[in-house]
Design a protein around this ligand. Structure first.
Ligand code: GLC
Length: 530
């Protein structure tokens, strides 16, 4: 299980209201106690922070906002000492418009080698005033921005699948892959255990950049649906190569280096191509996250993943949340709850289900506290570029990025070491007091204890290791499966109680669970004789 640390919201050790690497180091014992195998650190590289670090200006340094390389080394040493592996977030699809190579491209003429590292093209229509094609950017607006040439006249356009501050690299230019080789080695030489790869179905675009067949569909969703902009076959060569670089390091010291991709593709079969034996070891399978709270929907997702991904010999990598998604408790709440009702019960049950599945599990920070989405942030504090670019709050991601509460009754709840009056970069609601880590640790009924106990059993019980699962016959609304020689996990998606598939007291349950009964919105694990 890998825990996703969203650095700017984890713990602030420098007192500026923004989390940092020293804060992550200070929080490691907490994560060790929780029982994580590793952490994935969201981008901390020098960046103008237009997309909170997913706009990288320098791939081989630390933004002063988060610390410096010496601090990074201290974090690595501390993590190693505790046996916690560290994955960095690498962003190969695009960089920041402040990246020196993009600045060089702007200062160079059309057709120059500096421009070839990106996608520059002449516009269409009279005077080239129309974008080169009809693609939409993921965060709203067209995927192209027109520049002024060095003589001040309107000039070429460049492609950006996200914001204009995030120009896309041209992976068909040999300098781009060569640069990323240097980046990988830079961090591998500093001891990292691997990388989470941002937008791993991106990188290559159709070589002719033709119009999208359905631009309106592309614009409606944040999913990568434009078949000309995503999931091009050439990207697999990159993952094969990156894997070989990682294997080279593993061959030296026997330590595994892990590549996990953020892969949004249309089907589990397409997904499986990214985790072939010589490509990425893991790729996030987002279908569980997108499934509604419904037994049939969950069963379909799990069955498909087991058949189309695990069935090819690869690992399924399960996710219920991350820094781009509405928090689980709120997503499952009907209507949005304060975290104490139905949404919370379902989120707890979903967590136990995920931890019982064969494969890897990723958990986003704060989920172990059962934090709800902060749904009422005022417009003027929102920082997500999606808000600025679409003018709508509909897909805005700030609500899951509010800094963690650690202790105490009032904001900043121990998040920042700053003097009184230093505010966290996003305001924390008063009710975060109920979710603070000190309270969670003290209360054995908390989300935290559920995750901790689940993770401990996951390490101890051989049934919860690699392997298959077998579905049991269950009444509608209930799912149950067996792992190994008899670990049963059952989830009741309905609100009314059901008969438990196994008699006796469960090993672990997401809520009160008397013998023989599986209450509504509850999951439990038993060792059964089946
Ligand atoms: C990924 C990240 C997201 C970011 C986007 C652009 O989807 O998870 O936070 O905004 O890529 O880099």
């Amino acid at each position: 299980m890998i825990y996703q640390v969203y650095v700017r919201s984890f713990l602030d050790s420098t007192g500026d209201g923004i989390g940092d690497l020293a804060g992550v180091r200070a929080g490691l014992p907490y994560l060790k106690k929780l029982g994580v195998d590793g952490i994935w650190l969201s981008p901390f590289y020098p960046s103008p922070q237009h997309d909170h670090g997913y706009d990288v200006a320098d791939y081989c340094d630390v933004d002063p906002l988060f610390g410096d390389l010496a601090e990074f080394d201290l974090l690595m040493t501390a993590a190693r000492r505790l046996g916690i592996r560290v994955l960095l977030d690498i962003v190969p699809n695009h960089c920041s418009s402040e990246h020196p190579w993009f600045r060089e491209a702007l200062a160079s003429p059309p057709g120059s080698p500096a421009r070839a590292r990106f996608h520059f093209a002449d516009g269409r229509g009279p005077d080239g005033a129309e974008p080169p094609n009809n693609w939409h950017a993921m965060f709203g607006g067209p995927a192209w921005t027109r520049i002024a040439e060095t003589d001040g006249r309107p000039g070429q356009w460049y492609l950006h699948m996200f914001t204009p501050e995030q120009p896309d690299w041209n992976w068909r230019d040999a300098e781009v892959p060569a640069q990323f080789d240097r980046v990988l080695r830079f961090w591998l030489d500093r001891g990292v255990d691997g990388f989470r790869i941002d937008v791993a179905a991106g990188l290559f675009k159709h070589p002719e950049l033709p119009d999208s067949p359905d631009p309106e569909a592309d614009a409606r969703t944040r999913d990568s649906v434009n078949p000309l902009a995503w999931n091009q076959p050439e990207v697999h060569d990159v993952w094969r190569h990156w894997r070989s670089v990682c294997e080279e390091y593993t061959a030296r010291d026997g330590r595994e280096r892990l590549l996990v991709g953020e892969v949004s593709v249309p089907s589990a079969r397409e997904h499986a191509l990214y985790v072939r034996p010589d490509e990425l070891q893991q790729a996030f399978f987002f279908d569980l996250l997108s499934a509604p709270w419904d037994a049939d929907a969950f069963r379909k997702v799990v069955s498909e993943a087991m058949q189309d991904i695990a069935g090819t010999g690869s690992t399924v990598t399960w996710v219920l949340n991350n820094h781009d998604q509405v928090r689980t408790v709120t997503r499952y709440g009907e209507p949005a709850t304060d975290g104490s009702g139905l949404g919370a019960a379902r989120a707890r049950a979903a967590a136990l289900l995920m931890l019982a599945l064969p494969g890897a599990a990723y958990v986003y920070q704060g989920e172990e506290l059962g934090l709800p989405e902060v749904v009422d942030l005022p417009d003027d504090v929102l920082t997500d570029p999606i808000f600025r670019r679409t003018g709508s709050r509909a897909r805005v991601r700030d609500g899951c990025r509010v800094p963690l509460p650690w202790s105490g009754q009032v904001s900043p709840f121990g998040f920042t070491s700053g003097a009184e009056g230093v505010r966290p970069w996003l305001p924390q609601p008063e009710y975060f007091a109920e979710y603070a880590t000190d309270r969670a640790l003290a209360d054995t009924r908390s989300f935290w204890h559920l995750y901790r106990d689940g993770l401990q059993l996951r390490r101890e019980l051989p049934q919860l290791g690699e392997g298959d699962l077998r579905w049991l016959d269950t009444p509608p609304g209930v799912l149950a499966f067996v792992r190994g020689d008899g670990l049963v996990c059952a989830v009741n998606f309905a609100t009314a109680p059901a008969t438990a598939p196994v008699p006796g007291t469960p090993l672990l349950a997401s809520g009160p669970c008397p013998p023989g009964v599986l209450p509504g919105s509850t999951a439990a694990w038993w060792i059964g004789d089946l």
